[in-house]
Design a protein around this ligand. Structure first.
Ligand code: 4AD
Ligand code: MG
Length: 429
């Protein structure tokens, strides 16, 4: 028996087909049982008639949702069926009877997270996971097509990290080490051998905040490139976002529809150039909306969202105040109060997607900034070393992949952008 996937069976439209999968819905009448079968590709109605299966009727009648089954029969168009086709079952094999499935209608989000291992089978999560797969593939394609090498940094790190967020500690044979928050410092070492590199890897932040945008474990797409300045870097970020969104629009129409995502919200992103505004301009735009931000303060979530009410595409905000930025973001020579950096903000209240900057390569300046942030200078010795032997201007950024998926899919919470989310209060299943 050659089994085909439901998507293929639907394309075939008529004749004999054999499919296999799980029971998504089941409806029993006196002499007919309607099964909606699902596999990874789609769903399809299959009808068992009692007249055909007199002997097996009891066995069929025992089937519950999520039982696994193989079915052969003739497929034909039927307007009443969910996906417009129906199989008249001629032969079948029950692979495994399912126990009563614990997920039914109107379950709370917390319950669905408790049974996430089962909820993965829902059409919602299945669609998100397919889109997520496209997003990862498209990120790899984009960088490789532009001549970037994939480079990997360690997950267990000795110290250097982003200044704001807190770190998870790991007891490393009696020594305190940390789970990585960014590949950046290792990447900066590697550009002196590979020049243009990228990665997609898990990163960890001991975020105590319970928000719809923060995970404690997330996938971080990062890039670092020798000789690139801020404008070059922003061009890469814009190209990357456009490429990923266009791939999703090409490959995942069906999934976007299942999620009820309005693709008109995504289309401007591939068509329009993204605005690039400075922090100062952002403050002026916010003032018009009666939001007064004191110069020098980083933008908070609600200010970012307010600012984004002006736009329907991602926006690059550049040149934030140096003293509110991480130590490695260099002062602008012409305007020393600001740093040569950017954040990319997303429309519809999805907030910061990317943070990036040129990198400070003057060891004296780096030390000054580290002191300003009260960091331990000795933790950064290897970082100074990188800059001792022919350092060159370079830039890089980091993009939170779940935040990207969240926006593309139009999700309320970042937890649904990853199969098994990790947050302050959740590390199971
Ligand atoms: O702005 P961040 O902290 O920048 C860095 O880590 C730089 N070292 C990156 C670099 O230049 N290579 O983090 C970058 C992005 C954020 O814009 C956000 O999208 C994502 O990482 N991010 C998170 N995503 C989910 N949950 C969290 N707790 C996140 N923290 C950051
Ligand atoms: Mg940031």
């Amino acid at each position: 028996m050659k089994y085909i996937q439901i998507e293929q069976a639907l394309k075939q439209k008529k004749g004999k087909v054999s499919v296999r999968g799980w029971i998504y819905r089941i409806r029993k009448q006196k002499d007919k049982i309607f099964v909606i079968l699902r596999d990874s590709t789609d769903i399809l109605q299959c009808v068992f008639s009692q007249s055909k299966f007199k002997k097996q009727w009891k066995a069929i009648d025992k089937l519950l949702i999520e039982s696994s089954i193989k079915i052969s029969g003739s497929i034909k168009a039927d307007k009443r069926a969910v996906t417009n086709y129906e199989i008249e079952v001629e032969d079948f094999e029950i692979v495994n009877y399912a126990e009563r499935f614990p997920i039914g209608k109107d379950k709370s989000p917390e319950f669905l997270l408790d049974v996430r291992h089962l909820w993965l089978r829902s059409r919602k999560i299945q669609s998100i996971l397919k889109i997520r797969s496209t997003v990862f593939g498209a990120i790899h394609d984009y960088f490789r097509s532009k001549g970037f090498y994939e480079f990997h940094s360690p997950i267990i790190s000795s110290g250097a990290a982003e200044s704001g967020p807190t770190k998870f500690t790991v007891d490393y044979f009696g020594t305190k080490t940390y789970l990585t928050q960014t590949w950046q410092f290792y990447a900066e070492a590697a550009i002196y051998t590979l020049e243009k590199i990228y990665t997609i890897a898990p990163c960890f932040r001991a975020e105590k905040s319970k928000t719809s945008r923060h995970l404690t474990e997330y996938w971080h797409a990062e890039v670092e490139a020798a000789w690139y300045n801020l404008d070059d870097l922003i061009d890469v970020a814009e190209g990357l976002i456009k490429h990923v969104v266009s791939q999703v629009l090409k490959k995942n129409r069906k999934e976007l529809e299942i999620l009820g995502r309005d693709i008109k919200k995504l289309e401007p992103t591939i068509k329009k150039k993204f605005p690039r505004i400075t922090y100062d301009q952002a403050l002026r735009l916010l003032k018009k909306k009666k939001f007064n931000v004191k110069w020098g303060k980083d933008l908070r979530t609600m200010e970012e969202d307010k600012l984004m009410e002006y736009y329907n595409v991602p926006v690059f905000v550049t040149f934030y105040p140096k003293d509110s930025m991480a130590f490695y973001k260099p002062r602008d020579k012409k305007k020393p109060k600001v740093a040569r950096c950017f954040d990319c903000l997303m429309p519809e209240g999805h907030g910061e997607l990317i943070g990036g900057s040129e990198r400070e390569i003057d060891i004296k300046e780096i030390k000054k900034s580290l002191k300003f942030w009260k960091e331990k200078i000795e933790d950064y010795e290897f970082y100074f070393d990188i800059n001792r032997y022919g350092s060159v201007p370079h830039s890089g950024f980091g993009l939170g992949v779940e935040r990207f998926v969240k926006w593309i899919c139009g999700l309320d919470n970042i937890k649904d952008a990853i199969a098994f989310p990790r947050t302050m209060t959740r590390f199971k299943p």
